[in-house]
Design a protein around this ligand. Structure first.
Ligand code: GLN
Length: 194
């Protein structure tokens, strides 16, 4: 593989992911059409508004290409927030266009209006001794995971970072802090770069 990392770049936090990847030595290709969706070797799916991103993926004929590449060909993905919603098999109470394939159920905007956004730090074996700063913005809650989904980090007893084969999915925004551990680890362990 050539190691071309793509970032889904319609809406939301894609530029911050591109900045982080560039800093780590992997200038990313923006994915917005079937050609770029077919050409990348790994993909970051940023946060934003999942209904808008899903609609645009459908309109630009990228939805089916990515569904095939992720779920049939094993394209490595790092999904954050809205990206995770778009990969979830079940989006509770919604029939928005989505990719699916990640065996989890999510509820959108699930932390309530008063605490729509908050910052915390996450601890857990997977991340080592040094807690990970985590920014949640109108985040979804992962309500359920199948047996083949590994829960890597939790917050308040709920999964907030999960792995299913080549997919790493967070409900928070690792691109908004200076801590690049998740990007680095994804590049190394899921993509085989870095
Ligand atoms: N609330 C957004 C959604 O449901 C996700 C928020 C985010 O990506 N920060 O699509």
């Amino acid at each position: 593989m050539n190691g071309v990392v793509g970032v889904l770049a319609y809406q939301g936090g894609f530029q911050r992911h591109i900045d982080v990847l560039t800093r780590l030595g992997f200038p990313a290709r923006q994915v917005r059409d079937p050609e770029s969706a077919g050409a990348v070797d790994a993909l970051v799916m940023p946060g934003g508004e999942s209904t808008t991103i899903g609609m645009l993926m459908e309109r630009f004929s990228v939805l089916d290409v990515l569904r095939r590449r992720i779920n049939e060909e094993g394209l490595p993905v790092f999904a954050t927030c809205a990206g995770t919603i778009l990969l979830a098999d079940t989006i509770v109470g919604s029939d928005q266009p989505a990719i699916g394939g990640l065996h989890i159920a999510v509820t959108r905007n699930a932390y309530g209006r008063q605490i729509e956004s908050f910052e915390t730090s996450l601890a857990g074996e997977w991340i080592g001794n040094n807690p990970l700063p985590a920014v949640f913005i109108r985040a979804p809650i992962i309500e359920a995971v199948s047996e083949d989904v590994e829960v890597l980090l939790e917050f308040e007893g709920r999964p907030v970072l999960v792995r299913q084969q080549q997919i790493l999915a967070a409900t928070f925004h690792p691109e908004l802090t200076d801590d690049t551990r998740l990007h680095r680890r994804w590049l190394k362990e899921f993509v085989g770069l870095g």
